[in-house]
Ligand binder design. Structure first.
Ligand code: BG6
Length: 253
């Protein structure tokens, strides 16, 4: 608390909370970018451990940020029997940053069971309609819908569109429509309007309102616009960011 007050972080968090409408935690970035990423992951992991109670269902997205959270999570001294589940299908990226891997890692550290979702995002709607009737997939999706806690990353629209393999003309169209932020397949303009969403078997934005605690985690100044675009009291309860992202947001408000 002393360090936070000394650095004025509490005031900053209060200001951001008033603007974004959600509880905000700002993690000091430090001088080294890599160490800063680790610190964000460590803080978020500890914070989540305090939020979770035994028996909770935890839905997770993929991404490098969430992967760091899973990495930094320390094993629970007494197993707390959580159930983890990926929030959406995969992006086809490296296995280390897939939601499946993150779900497994967190369950193994906390002591619980994980579920895997073996479907990619971005399928044709008719394929999705067939897939969600498959018992093994339906079971995982039903669990995700009953999640008590969702932890998700936020990305800039262009970076995520590229990572999701979107064709160049579609990326240009998104930019023209003003998309600046992305979170689990939804693309937002600076004022929070959704201009596009990728098809997925997983959670929809409308499902988020039923989840007890929705926690967004993001770091880096380059994500400031994306964070403002994607975060709202309508969907998230808590936002964990680093100091760099916080400074970037202050320049926008
Ligand atoms: C994806 C999530 O896996 O990771 C998105 O589905 C998020 O919600 C993205 O925008 C963020 O990735 P990173 O690597 O910047 O943490």
């Amino acid at each position: 608390v002393y360090i936070k007050e000394l650095r004025g972080t509490n005031l900053l968090e209060e200001r951001l909370k008033n603007y974004l409408g959600v509880e905000v935690h700002v993690v000091p970035s430090g001088l080294n970018q890599n160490l800063g990423r680790e610190e964000l992951g460590r803080f978020a992991a500890d914070f989540l451990k305090g939020l979770i109670t035994s028996g909770d269902i935890i839905a997770v997205t993929g991404g490098t940020t969430l992967s760091e959270v899973a990495e930094m999570m320390t094993p629970a001294s007494e197993g707390c029997q959580v159930t983890t589940v990926p929030a959406r299908g995969g992006l086809g990226e490296g296995v280390e940053i897939q939601a499946n891997t993150i779900a497994a890692k967190i369950a193994n550290k906390l002591g619980g069971d994980y579920n895997l979702l073996h479907t990619p995002d971005n399928l044709k709607q008719e394929t999705i309609s067939t897939l969600i009737k498959e018992p093994s997939i339906k079971k995982v999706l039903d669990l995700a819908k009953r999640a008590d806690i969702l932890i998700h990353g936020i990305g800039t629209a262009e970076v995520m569109a590229r990572r999701r393999g979107m064709p160049l003309d579609k990326i240009e169209e998104l930019k023209t429509q003003g998309a600046v932020g992305e979170t689990f397949g939804y693309y937002f303009t600076q004022s929070g309007e959704i201009v596009y969403s990728t098809t997925s078997v997983g959670l929809k934005l409308s499902d988020l309102t039923k989840i007890r605690q929705v926690v967004a985690i993001a770091g880096g100044r380059s994500k400031a616009k994306a964070i403002v675009a994607a975060v709202s009291e309508k969907y998230q309860d808590i936002l964990i960011i680093d100091e760099e992202a916080a400074k970037g947001i202050l320049e926008l408000i």
